[in-house]
Design a protein around this ligand. Structure first.
Ligand SMILES: Nc1ncnc2c1ncn2[C@@H]1O[C@H](COP(=O)(O)OP(=O)(O)OP(=O)(O)O)[C@@H](O)[C@H]1O
Length: 685
């Protein structure tokens, strides 16, 4: 069983007036490993927390199966979270529990397994991460690297289908990092889980993932197959991947154009060159011998071959060169076919059935979410009062019809700034300075807001800790009530089981200097979770809702949820098949009549030129808008979502997560692989 696809569309997140990122659109392909890069403070962790619903973006959608996490009810969110395993930056271990109990915690909380079974699972996971024999140690007695591995073991204990890992390699020595990376590849091989890793480690970024994305200047600069980023000519991507000082990224995230030009001049005077080193592609890590093949490899190849025509030439060349003889046979490419000619062919005759960006699927899901998830009883969407933390208000809100959208707000599921959404374009050096000023002016706030928000982190964490103390008593009662509101899973969860006590104990440990950072990580997630749950501002946690903080912190920090009962799993799988069929129907001819030009690539952020054009970014989106002939930058009616390059689920493929069979049918010329074959055969003859 493959992991679950995560579709993110036009997502925007701000804290107060400080925008963190806007219009982030990408797909984490089912069962593949993706890495998210970006300078410090660009909001990578915020994105991770948004994906598990610990933070609530103000715009956009996050689709898992057919549920939009941004708008779904709390109980639905709780359910979906069970699919996740999360490792936060500092492991977020309970300082007062030994490693065994830390790792056993989610099993004890969310399953009915007996102690002997729990013990087997815990020991197996400890062995897996190389911590066999350390089960009796307290977090305060082990190294940072061991804490990370223990956190990973805990994230894995419920066999998650989506694994989010925030900087697994920070503070680790290079050898341990290499081991950890190998472990992640092996896990992906064994679990076939969808994995997203935030990292600053270039070796990890180059050798581990199937896909790479990068956040910069409040945008997702790119997201796509690894070959695209690793061969990219975008200055910011090159600078980051080569770890150079010269380039758009400065000490405080970015430089203005004047500073950059001055640096270039200086460099030239010294006889240096501003040209970057030749980009190169490291081989991807293979699973440890004996584990078998990583299923994601073939799935990814199939997917990438369908979007080949949208990728920059260098990436296409790299992908074509990586094909084995078997692959060439699979896609109907003859051995003596010229690579340049192949690129021309894919460009001019893209596979007929491919819907590489899955825009329609997300649109459809959004429409469905308007119809299915808005009614009373679910309590989501704009004006959602359910989840406020007040059981009476929640009950009222669930009974009440959905509030009509405010005039300047989007309809549920439809981005307000449709014309500006979706396109990831790389702002030019200096442009950001201007737009930031403009934004600040518009909001009536100085750019220092961002700094203030940085500063508020610590303060928030302190406030939260004191909230934790105050809200301990209140927690048990309210938590009981909340759990009773949730459906069948209530039975699985022992209510109010000393959680506040654990929070208190952890804090004690922190005050003793043991695991302070862990608590901060868990606390931040919890604070955000509380706000997300209340549907209110997520940057100002209140004591009143604080019992939720701990609940969310646990869910977030400790594997993000409970085990999915078998009957629910089958429900989900069944539902998924239906959806796969639905996608198949949707896409059955959806793209056929659609014009496929360089516009798609251009819109996708790869800066792929139309023939005869230079590969220059289109920062304003004007050229793209011209091409589209209507709308503004990011006109979703014409353009696919930005740069995901991931290929949303296709009719007969595993893209939607539950089928192990390779995408496309092999024995005839139908399906997507058939389309690829026809395309190449046309050219080969
Ligand atoms: N709960 C919060 N309230 C207010 N601001 C926040 C909150 N969480 C994060 N931020 C702000 O969001 C911005 C992005 O933070 P984030 O931790 O996501 O960055 P990052 O890219 O992960 O950085 P790093 O690589 O250094 O870990 C920062 O300016 C941070 O101060």
């Amino acid at each position: 069983m493959a992991g679950v696809e995560v579709g993110i569309k036009n997502l925007s997140k701000s804290f107060g007036s400080a925008n963190i990122w806007s219009d982030v659109t990408l797909t984490l392909p089912a069962g593949e490993v993706s890495v998210l890069l970006g300078p410090s403070g660009t909001g990578k962790s915020v994105l991770l927390k948004s994906i598990i619903g610990l933070l609530k973006p103000e715009k956009g959608s996050i689709f898992i199966h057919d549920t939009d996490l941004v708008r779904c009810s709390e109980s639905k969110l709780y359910e979906i979270r069970k699919l996740f395993g999360v490792l936060f930056q500092d492991g977020a271990l309970f300082g007062s529990m030994n490693l065994f109990d830390n790792i056993a915690f989610p099993l004890r909380e969310h399953t009915r397994k007996g102690e002997s079974e729990i013990s087997d699972i815990v020991m197996e996971k400890l062995e897996l991460v190389g911590l066999g024999g350390a089960e009796d140690k307290l977090p305060g007695e082990i190294s940072g690297g061991m804490k990370k591995r223990a956190g990973l073991a805990r994230a894995l204990v419920l066999d998650p289908e989506i694994i989010l890992v925030d900087e697994p390699d920070s503070g680790l020595d290079p050898v341990r990092t290499a081991y950890l990376n190998q472990l992640i590849v092996d896990l992906n091989t064994q679990l076939d889980a969808t994995i997203l890793i935030v990292t600053h480690h270039l070796g990890t970024a180059r050798s581990l993932p199937d896909n790479i994305g990068m956040l910069f200047r409040k945008n997702l600069v790119m997201f796509g197959p690894r070959e695209v980023l690793l061969t990219s000519e975008e200055p910011v991507v090159q600078q980051f991947l080569q770890g150079r000082r010269i380039g758009p990224i400065g000490m405080s995230e970015e430089k203005d154009s004047a500073q950059m030009e001055a640096e270039m001049e200086e460099l030239k005077k010294k006889g240096g060159s501003a040209e970057s080193e030749e980009s190169f592609i490291d081989p991807q890590l293979d699973p440890t011998e004996g584990l078998g093949e990583r299923k994601a490899v073939q799935r990814r190849k199939d997917r990438v071959m369908q979007v080949l025509h949208t990728l920059p030439e260098k990436a296409q060349t790299a992908i074509l060169e990586s094909l084995t003889e078997e692959d060439m046979e699979r896609y109907g490419i003859s051995k003596d076919q010229d690579r340049t000619e192949l690129i021309e062919i894919t460009y001019n005759n893209p596979p007929e059935d491919a819907d590489p960006f899955g825009y329609k699927a997300m649109q459809e899901a959004e429409d469905n979410s308007m119809v299915e998830e808005s009614p009373a009883g679910e309590g989501e969407g704009e004006g959602d009062k359910a989840g406020s933390g007040d059981p009476d208000a929640d009950a009222d809100a669930r009974r009440a019809p959905p509030a009509p959208p405010e005039s300047d707000e989007p309809l549920v599921g439809v981005p307000a700034d449709e014309d500006a959404g979706g396109t990831v374009v790389l702002p030019q050096a200096g442009e950001h300075t201007k737009s930031e000023d403009e934004k600040s002016d518009e909001a009536g706030n100085a750019p220092e807001d961002q700094q203030q928000s940085d500063d508020s982190d610590e303060q928030q964490s302190d406030e939260q800790q004191s909230d934790e103390q105050q809200s301990g008593e209140q927690q048990s009662d309210e938590q009981d009530q909340q759990y009773h509101e949730d459906d069948a899973k209530t039975e699985q969860i022992p209510t109010g089981r000393g959680d506040s006590e654990q929070g208190g104990q952890q804090q004690d440990q922190d005050q003793q200097g043991q695991g302070g950072q862990q608590a901060a990580a868990a606390g931040a997630a919890g604070a955000a979770g509380a706000a997300a749950a209340s549907g209110g501002s997520d940057d100002q946690p209140t004591g009143r809702h604080h019992w939720r903080d701990e609940q969310y912190a646990e869910q977030g920090a400790i594997g993000a949820g409970g085990i999915v009962p078998m009957e629910r799993r089958s429900e989900r799988e069944g539902g998924d098949e239906d959806r796969t069929q639905q996608y198949g129907q949707q896409y059955g001819g959806q793209q056929q009549g659609q014009q496929r030009t360089g516009r798609e690539a251009e819109r996708s952020g790869w800066a792929q030129p139309t023939p005869g054009q230079d590969a220059v970014p289109d920062p304003s989106g004007e050229r793209a808008a011209d091409d589209a002939g209507q709308g503004g930058p990011g006109d979703q009616r014409q353009a696919p979502p930005a740069g995901d390059g991931s290929g949303r689920p296709q009719g007969d493929g595993p893209g939607h997560g539950q089928q192990d069979v390779p995408r496309g049918r092999e024995d005839d010329d139908d399906g997507l692989i058939g389309g690829l074959r026809r395309m190449f055969r046309r050219s080969g003859s």
